[in-house]
Design a protein. Structure first.
Length: 295
């Protein structure tokens, strides 16, 4: 299939592009600039100039493709509004075509789960940073009745290729001599490796039924203090960590700080049973200590 992919130069999107190509699909990647377009072309991805801030530039390539995967995010104060407008433009373009649209949400819509392991039927309780995302999820899933094979994927905290939130812990260790985390470190984070996650996108694109939602999490949730210690070890700072009180973190990180203290356990069993998803990566602790994040 020929797939239109937003976020193709990003952390998750670049892994998805590679997985799609490996699976035999053609990829059209959204690029904001000629420089980004050149990067995509060099990787075998046909570039399409457009911008999330201009939803009209997304509709035509979405309609022309045989399926759409949306991984892009502006990651700024306007991201919620921009995301909603972009999704709506692409869904309207796909209406009545029967084509697939795969939307990237995240497990933060579940809020803290405590000792209960959340699945796709768990009631949503989004942390403020993603307060508007459940409404977008609902809009996406609602298009199953409007001729779109609409699918939602909720990644856990993504790791691998020395990127994402674990990279922040490593950087803080290298800069200050201790991996800094928010809160008391007793809360738990669920994880998924970026390459395993990319495989799930391909499987969902190829096999998932309209209206499907999948939590993308693999393995146990780890206490943040243990993750920080692993990051510090890999960074060469001998496992030293430093707790940053939530109130202090909010002064510079705002709602992001509250997301980092969520205590979550999340199951990815539905994707394994329905799609045959088979994550294989080493644990985030191993990757931090001796893998892609280590010196």
């Amino acid at each position: 299939m020929e797939i239109f992919l937003t976020g193709a130069t990003g952390y998750i999107g670049s892994a998805v592009a590679e997985a799609l190509l490996k699976a035999g699909h053609k990829v059209i990647g959204l690029a904001r600039t000629p420089e980004k377009a050149k990067q995509l072309e060099a990787r075998g991805v046909r570039a399409c100039i457009g911008d999330l801030l201009k939803p009209e530039t997304l509709a035509v390539p979405a309609r022309a493709a045989e399926g759409v995967i949306h991984t892009a995010n502006t990651n700024d104060m306007q991201s919620a509004q921009v995301d909603a407008a972009a999704v709506r433009a692409m869904l309207k373009a796909l209406e009545g075509t029967g084509k697939a649209f795969v939307y990237t949400s995240g497990v933060w819509v579940l809020g803290s789960t405590g000792d209960k392991v959340a699945n796709e039927d768990t009631q949503l309780n989004p942390t403020p940073l993603v307060a508007q995302r459940p409404a977008v999820e609902q809009e996406v899933v609602g298009y199953k009745g409007r001729g779109v094979r609409a699918i939602v994927i909720r990644p856990a905290l993504v790791y691998g290729r020395a990127g994402s939130i674990p990279r922040m812990l490593v950087q803080s260790a290298r800069e200050t001599g201790a991996a800094r985390y928010v809160g008391d470190g007793e809360n738990r984070w669920p994880f998924v490796d970026v390459e395993d996650l990319a495989q799930l996108y391909v499987l969902a694109l190829e096999k998932a039924a309209a209206g499907s939602v999948y939590n993308a999490a693999h393995g146990p949730s780890y206490r943040v203090r243990d993750v920080a210690e692993a990051a510090s070890t890999g960074a060469g700072t001998k496992g030293k960590t430093q707790a940053v009180p939530l109130d202090e973190a909010r002064k510079t990180m705002y709602a992001f700080a509250d997301a980092l203290v969520l205590d979550q356990q999340v199951s990815g069993e539905k994707a394994r049973k329905e799609l045959g998803w088979s994550p294989r990566a080493a644990s985030v602790l191993d990757d931090l200590k001796t893998g892609s994040y280590a010196r």
